[in-house]
Write a protein that binds this ligand. Sequence first.
Ligand code: UD1
Ligand code: CA
Length: 459
Amino acid sequence: MSSVALILAAGEGTRMKSDKPKVAHEVLGKPMVNWVVTAARDAGCERVIAVTGHHAEVVEGHLPEGVESVRQESQLGTGHAVMTAREALRGFSGSLVVLSGDTPLLSAETVSGLIAMRESTGSALTLLTTNLPDPTGYGRIMRSAHDGSVASIVEEKDCTPHERAINEVNTGSYCFDAEVLFAHLDRLTTQNAQGEYYLTDMVAVFNAEGLMVSASSTDDPLETIGVNTRVQLAEANKVMQRRINRALMLAGVTMIDPELVWVGPDAKVGRDVELLPMTFLFGKTTVGDHAIVGPNSRLIDAVIAQNAVVDASIVISAQVGPGARVGPVSYVRPGTVLEADSKVGACVEIKKSTVGEGSKVPHLSYIGDTTIGKDVNVGAGSITCNYDGEKKHATRIGDGAFIGSDTMLVAPVTVGEGAVTAAGSTIARDVPPGALAVERSEQVVIDGWAQRRRAKHDE
Ligand code: UD1
Ligand code: CA
């Protein structure tokens, strides 16, 4: 049987108190709704359709390739959100998985378990429940007194005090028989405390029609956290951080304090890598075997090769070659390639540049739009003046060149192979291979001057 997932993501998320739609808030650098998309896809859903509404363009802009979307112009409730997908699902028969965009911890196994249970029992609906010590905010599960089956779901705002004391809650994840659902969806009304069409009322509708409703209960309530507030967002981040770090440590990654390391879902970390405290690996970052990252480092879409070291630095959309070293306290910006055994040392900013094998930019430099050959030394405080106020220009430094400390390289400019620039020079013209370029005024020495001044003061 085929399955399609519908992810409800049109709500405003008022309780987030945010200008940004709730489902776009991130868990480990990935928007919440995209976590749900991944779970649905990994569970085998052939199509994934998101229902968007509040800030629809923003949410749609975050959705992964291939996810369809339908717009719910006004948010009249979860039942209404499903109604808006009727056209998109016309002609579909099979399992319709309905998920909330605000349950980022839901696993693919749980989703495929719901599908399997509905299909094997022939239920009109299989829903996922869990028991929470504090069920505040969730819909409560009413069980039939005589056979224990799910009779209805009552939203917290509609609960009697007695009902509110029930700990079994609706997690907001469902698998419906699509045809049966759409045949009965119009039976929903807005006669409830919030004046909304509640999808949860389908339970009572099906029961009244004698259609089967089954429930699967998860004993891992963490998986089903519905993020409504920033407190819950922090909880979801913590749970996901622990899940990912545990898997990494079991795969051979050292973390002396895993509570202080944040690795996103799309990052890959090799064997015997050390991730030191306050390290963030986000986007499609990869870290090769035996590399050391941190403390205090942030890597986004970075490719760190084996045996490299990134110490207290930021690397964004750049490559750090085998055995290369970055930091402490450097900023490696997009388009940079540090080749094998090269070094970008302390307090260096480098953008869209290549540092050749074995070359060093050890201290306090800005290098932009530059190609540095092999075995080059760039002295402390040297800067490429790559921007003339209108355009960016390139700098080339040949193999084996030596850039004296505090050299200003005014681009476009080329320093030839093996050439030397004298410390403190402003180099605005090309330097031929093997040459020395000096640009500074003659030093003046006045013998005895300091001594005479001191003597004068002492008079
Ligand atoms: C919902 C359930 C509740 C369950 C809880 C689990 C209903 C009526 N209640 O409550 O039983 O315990 O989830 O987390 O379904 N949305 C839309 N369009 C709308 C309204 C909501 O797309 O018109 C989306 C929201 O963006 C959100 C999801 O549906 O992603 C759930 O809505 P939310 O308002 O968070 O429902 P809860 O009050 O949490
Ligand atoms: Ca919710």
